[in-house]
Write a protein that binds this ligand. Structure first.
Ligand code: SF4
Length: 694
């Protein structure tokens, strides 16, 4: 029992874990957080929460936090604590030196989906205005970049179409490549409530996730497809909808390009794309696919929710567009209860993307080559801006190993642990002359850093996060930054040292600048957020109070665009040496690489990652439950313990990736989405065998 004391004040703020965006009353005693109480007026959570937001905040005062800046001349030397002045001056002089020697494009940076909109906006501004290039990327590169590409192409906006409440109007809910119970628990509860009221459920997932059968909820159809065959499956569903004339012709004629629809319909109607034809590929019975397609097309309001099981594939963008095609073909878009909804992983992955963190886009998803948009930013920032897209994260690492990219500023992301092919990431970082890491803890990436700038937690700063339903919510400082500065202040210090005349006294001023430069944010201000509680973008003259449901009368791009999405098998093949397919996911109590949750009491609930393996595959290998096993791929090898379960099908194995010892990304491949380079985390050919342990 821990004596926590009686609170003497409370501040409403937003959870910094997942994209649901629950709000809490942070109850404080002096500068100590006593407890987090789910906020009953929170529009995303309505008084609910999960075990992460409610209990896993102790990392803020964990002894591992680094509170003083550190530098070292080389990664072989010990760290040396320095003053903030010395650290910031060193960063600025190193970036200037490297650009003078190797050229303007030899440096870049990575923004964080864990940080606020305002911090993210400042990092991309520092790179564009201060470094003079577009070499900025974000950790969305490795999760939802295909969502950005796919939904922008088909609908015109890189975001989900509905608010969370919309699910209560759905008659058919289709969940693809997502496990809301573990990944987005508070939204999952709302979805289950609707299912208990009688809505039908289709689950498309290689694994028998909780939603397939849990107390009071059972999927009408579970399509346990082979990892990597999403596009084939969705095209087969489209085949049924087209050949059985279940599509919504009046909607398509009114809202979409009819000629493009006809081209798409002719493609999907080919016999080679029927459920019967793809059954050997997906491993799913054709009758089940036909029944699921009929239910989605004719069952009333049909809503699709998807996650990283859609995006983290070599055909991630194609899968997102295949989903959009289904929604348009059946008229399931543009009203409550329907739509296409990416379940965003990180608390502010939507916001990081909105803020111009991509190398080809300014805030509001406007291309850097667009002259009018670029002039807007040039006039505001007083510099000429580069019209050429910059480097994505994998391109930065490639360029580093080739000697052309020499310095990087990484805010709030542990790319050595979270990005694919760990050996390649390490080689890229090792080849750079200056790696600056800003984080809470000395993470794995910091092993390759020359400068470490302490970061601050969400409890120590003001700002905003944007959740999966485009809802912008306030983050409020509940205690003074332990390191002396909020992250936005640290970026401003670097900007000053680089000679930029930024004059922000408070994050609200940064939001005012965002609103002035971003049409979809035109009505967003801290005053508006105080008055309304939150705002869903677009919030502007056309929608002063925000936009819960998008594309009501027309798509953001005008006519909805059908895109032919041909199934292309991944280059990652199984064979005699690597006969099983590995896919990955999360568990309720932990978050991503576990940097925060492992430093809280939640660690006890899930102390290690396990490899789920089907009983038949385990028996063939002489593996018993709890045995240590080696997991080998063409890229590498790691060791973990086995969990024998029929949640996975024969031929498929599964693990979470919350613990660094698992080193899941040592074995993931270099393959990535054709449009966005999002890594193919969800399909790796592996062999599993008994091991003596690590
Ligand atoms: Fe809500 Fe997600 Fe935080 Fe859990 S982790 S409390 S679901 S925002």
């Amino acid at each position: 029992v821990v004596e926590i004391g009686t609170p003497d004040r409370a501040v409403v703020t937003t959870c910094a874990y997942c994209g649901v965006g629950c709000t809490f009353r942070a109850e404080m005693r002096g500068e100590e957080l006593v407890r987090m109480v789910p906020w009953k007026d929170g529009k995303a959570n309505r008084g609910h929460s999960c075990v992460k937001g409610r209990f896993a905040w102790g990392y803020a005062r964990h002894q591992d936090r680094i509170l003083n800046p550190m530098i070292r001349a080389s990664v072989d030397e010990p760290w040396r604590e320095v003053s903030w002045d010395e650290a910031i001056a060193h960063v600025a002089s190193e970036f200037r030196r490297i650009q003078a020697r190797y050229g303007r494009n030899s440096v870049g940076g990575i923004t964080s989906s864990r940080c606020t909109n305002e911090e993210t906006f400042l990092v991309q501004k520092l790179i564009r205005q201060g470094f003079g290039n577009n070499n900025v990327d974000t950790c969305a590169r490795v999760c939802h970049s295909p969502t950005g590409y796919g939904l922008k192409t088909t609908f015109g906006t890189s975001a989900g179409t509905q608010d969370f409440d919309s699910v209560m109007q759905s008659d058919v809910i289709m969940v693809i490549g997502a496990n809301p119970t573990d990944g987005h628990p508070v939204f999952a509860s709302r979805m289950k409530k609707r299912l208990r009221q009688g809505a039908k459920l289709i689950v498309i997932d290689p694994r028998r996730i909780d939603l397939v059968k849990s107390p009071h909820v059972e999927a009408t159809h579970h399509l346990p497809l082979r990892p990597g065959t999403n596009v084939a499956m969705l095209t087969a569903m489209a085949h049924v909808i087209v050949t059985e004339k279940l599509y919504d012709e009046p909607f398509i004629r009114a809202r979409c390009d009819w000629d493009e629809f006809e081209d798409w319909a002719a493609f999907v109607a080919q016999p080679a794309r029927s459920p019967e034809a793809i059954e050997p590929l997906t491993g799913v019975r054709a009758d089940d696919v036909r029944a699921a397609a009929r239910l989605y097309a004719t069952g009333g309001n049909g809503a699709i929710y998807y996650g990283l099981g859609v995006t983290e594939h070599s055909q991630g963008s194609s899968t997102v567009m295949a989903i959009a095609n289904l929604a348009m073909a059946t008229g399931n878009i543009g009203r409550e209860g329907v739509g296409v909804n990416p379940l965003r992983g990180q608390n502010n992955v939507q916001g990081a993307c909105d803020m111009g963190s991509f190398p080809h886009e300014y805030s509001g998803y406007r291309h850097v080559s667009d002259d009018a948009t670029r002039k807007l930013f040039e006039d505001a920032w007083g510099v000429a801006l580069d019209s050429e897209p910059g480097l994505r994260i994998p391109n930065m690492l490639d360029a580093a190993t080739e000697g052309a990219f020499k310095a990087i500023f990484i805010q709030g992301e542990d790319i050595l642990q979270s990005d694919p092919n760990t050996h390649h990431v390490a080689a890229g970082l090792a080849a750079m002359e200056c790696v600056v890491v800003q984080d809470l803890f000395l993470n794995e990436t910091a092993n390759y850093a020359h400068v470490f700038l302490p970061g601050s937690t969400f409890l120590e700063k003001d700002g905003t996060f944007t959740n999966a339903e485009r809802r912008i919510q306030r983050v409020r400082k509940v205690m003074a930054p332990l390191n002396g500065y909020g992250d936005w202040e640290i970026v401003q210090l670097v900007a000053h040292a680089m000679g930029l005349d930024w004059t922000y006294d408070h994050p609200s001023q940064i939001m005012d600048e965002i609103a002035a430069l971003t049409p979809t944010f035109a009505h967003v201000s801290y005053d508006a957020l105080e008055a309304l509680g939150s705002l869903q973008w677009p919030a502007n003259n056309a929608a002063p109070l925000g936009t819960p449901t998008m594309h009501l009368d027309g798509f953001a791009r005008g006519k909805g665009k059908f895109v032919v999405t041909d199934y292309v098998p991944t280059d990652e093949k199984t064979g005699p040496r690597f006969p099983l397919l590995l896919t990955t996911g999360r568990i309720l109590s932990h978050y991503n690489v576990g940097a925060q949750t492992r430093r809280t009491a939640n660690a006890a609930w899930h102390p290690e990652d396990r490899l789920e393996i089907h009983p038949s595959d385990a028996e063939n290998r002489g593996i018993k439950d709890g045995d240590w096993v080696s997991l080998k791929s063409r890229a590498g090898e790691t060791t973990l313990r086995a969990l024998i379960t029929d949640r996975v099908a024969p031929g498929v194995v599964y693990t979470t990736f919350h613990h660094p010892e698992t080193q899941a990304n040592v074995i993931t491949t270099d393959f990535s989405d054709w449009a966005t380079n999002c890594p193919e985390y969800k399909v790796t050919a592996v062999q599993v065998g008994l091991s003596n342990g690590p």
